[in-house]
Design a protein. Structure first.
Length: 354
């Protein structure tokens, strides 16, 4: 989704992926010319991984059966392949998206795709609620899922482990960039993770949990250097890695003191539908690891990214106090939300996609 300058750029990344030991390519029609470039790069390639490529692409929810069939056949045409290994619903973020996938045209589309041999497995990616993802996992409809799983935001990790127990494959969405722009960390975060780099620690944290695939958004060959270095690094965390993770948490706790939000979710539901834990998580990172630029970027996407992100920011808090007696740490939540808004409000930036 990032090597979009030319077919030559995509070919460079593809060649580096083979050398790095990568065998899984994930793309989507929504990623501009990615599928066209990837298909042409695959035709030009003079080598491929042992056993060939694992190919994943995605379709947006809500398509009619006719349009879905047309779009899937066009995906195969662009990629120059007879079938996908994995077809995902791209952004199963709302209850109506799940309803579409489990019945009606969505169900018929997935059944047709597998029945006709156009894909081996069907799955979903989701930026939705915990309850929605849990329902999708337990539905029995899907063989894999792609979730936001991050070192600095492990909220969905229990869902991923539940899916793994069901035999589902798990892809971690953007553990580097969406995980905190860890490819370009703040000096404070680098110090907090030493002697490991933040990205190295983040990858190892997920691999040690049994997560089967980490997505790496490579725009150039050098972006895959760490992936190459971490081949077959899915062993349990070492004592040194565990020590670094503990120091990371200790530093965050020390800087935030009694204002640290533990992300327990007890404050929800908010009568005004303010996503309190997510907003205070950004505050945790801004103060705890000096990640203000990243947190401002995420905060100022709120309300501007449709169903891909939150719709209400901290200014929506009406100070009703409904959350206060439910917080086990007795946080002054309205005050912390106001502080979050003051710290992170900035000029909005455009999303990479959408």
């Amino acid at each position: 989704m990032r090597a979009l300058g030319s077919v030559e750029q995509m070919s460079e990344v593809l060649q580096a992926a083979v050398l790095a030991g990568i065998n899984h390519l994930e793309t989507a029609p929504a990623y501009g010319p990615a599928e066209d470039f990837l298909g042409q790069a695959l035709q030009r390639a003079d080598r491929q991984p042992d056993g060939g490529w694992v190919m994943t692409s995605k379709l947006l929810p809500g398509l009619s059966l006719r349009e879905g069939k047309h779009q899937l056949l066009k995906i195969l045409e662009r990629l120059g392949c007879n079938k996908l290994d994995n077809l995902a619903i791209h952004g199963l973020n709302r209850p109506e998206h799940l309803d579409w996938a489990l019945q009606g045209d969505g169900r018929a589309l997935l059944d047709w795709a597998q029945g006709e041999g156009h894909t081996v497995q069907v799955g979903f990616s989701s930026h939705g609620s915990q309850d929605l993802i849990a329902t999708a996992i337990s539905s029995g409809r899907f063989q894999f899922c792609s979730l936001h799983l991050h070192l600095l935001d492990p909220q969905r990790l229990p869902l991923a482990l539940r899916a793994l127990k069901r035999g589902m494959g798990i892809l971690a969405i953007s553990p580097a960039d969406k995980g905190g722009r860890l490819q370009a960390p703040s000096p404070t975060l680098k110090s907090d993770c030493a002697p490991f780099t933040p990205l190295q620690l983040a990858y190892r944290f997920l691999l040690a949990q049994g997560i089967s695939t980490l997505s790496v958004g490579a725009a150039k060959a050098s972006d895959l250097a760490l992936a190459a270095a971490l081949q077959r690094s899915d062993s349990p965390l070492t004592a040194e890695e565990q020590s670094s993770l503990q120091r990371l948490a200790d530093h965050r706790r020390g800087r935030l003191g009694s204002d640290l939000c533990g992300q327990c979710q007890a404050c929800l539901p908010c009568p005004n539908e303010v996503p309190i834990p997510e907003l205070l998580r950004l505050r945790n990172l801004a103060i705890g690891h000096d990640m203000t630029p990243f947190c401002q970027e995420r905060y100022n996407l709120i309300g501007r990214a449709g169903h891909w992100w939150e719709t209400l920011d901290a200014s929506a808090c009406q100070r009703c106090g409904d959350c206060l007696p439910r917080c086990p740490h007795q946080l002054k939540i309205p005050d912390l939300l106001a502080d979050t808004h003051r710290r992170l409000q900035a000029a909005p930036r455009r999303r990479l996609w959408g």
